[in-house]
Ligand binder design. Sequence first.
Ligand SMILES: NC(=O)c1ccc[n+]([C@@H]2O[C@H](COP(=O)([O-])OP(=O)(O)OC[C@H]3O[C@@H](n4cnc5c(N)ncnc54)[C@H](OP(=O)(O)O)[C@@H]3O)[C@@H](O)[C@H]2O)c1
Length: 265
Amino acid sequence: MTTRSPPPFLVSALSNYPSTASDSDVDSSRTRPFVTLTFAQSIDAKIAGENSTQLILSGKESMLMTHWMRTMHDAILIGIGTALNDDPQLNTRYLPPRSPAQPRYHLPRPVILDTDLRLPTTCKLLKNYQNGTGRRPWLICFGHGLQFDIVEWERRYDALEKAGAKIITLQVYTPQSKLPLEKILQALHTAGIRSVMIEGGARVIGSFFKQTPPVVDNIVVTVAPIFVGEKGISYGLPLQQASGFKHMHSELVGNDTVVTLTATN
Ligand SMILES: NC(=O)c1ccc[n+]([C@@H]2O[C@H](COP(=O)([O-])OP(=O)(O)OC[C@H]3O[C@@H](n4cnc5c(N)ncnc54)[C@H](OP(=O)(O)O)[C@@H]3O)[C@@H](O)[C@H]2O)c1
């Protein structure tokens, strides 16, 4: 795989997505962004260690591939579990440096599903935004703030806004345990997001897989040649949804195998 440009199999897999630089070729009949579900897993299909601890599964070559993929999406979405556990940066720092004369790499908008506004104001995503090296993170939460003490919810809201986060509140008035994906995707589309890559973690991946009607357009899985064991964390995948994808390409990237699949519906 070349390090100077995105791998051709990735360009081919995402070829029907609108350019991240312009939305002139956007299909106006769509009401949600294109969705790429992407994650790294072990041979025994684990994506995290015991008690959801972070595992470094991808080798440096497939990590580079993931950073190229980030340049090809308007936004990158994770759950609060991953934000709290890994404190990720969700940027393109592994890509080869560019000279001042070259255009900068497109940085995807970080989006975090954070029902109760638990993101720490000291996290790397907010620090990077404050020092000008990252895009402003968007947090998605329920609109009513009645999950627990309203005073505490407002304190968290104000502190996160002050630290730079943009908070998108979904106007969902029936209590639900999870933020509804359909409404999240609609809200992102309304905010101008035309493509989003879902990078984890286990519960968010499981939710996207289980969503009906299906919302995932493409899957890019990195399979690392290691076993994690039964205490590792996997994602739930109902067989009905699993049969809604067809294999597009498999490629050896370093020691990992990257597999792309596309939705058949
Ligand atoms: N191998 C990989 O590619 C990869 C990638 C990313 C992360 N990870 C790993 O995954 C682990 C974290 O996974 P996780 O399952 O604990 O957390 P997660 O999936 O990152 O976040 C789950 C949380 O997101 C919130 N949420 C809101 N709406 C949701 C919805 N519709 N569906 C699912 N979640 C929703 C919920 O928080 P509330 O309870 O506050 O509502 C939920 O508990 C970490 O170990 C991380 O290292 C692995």
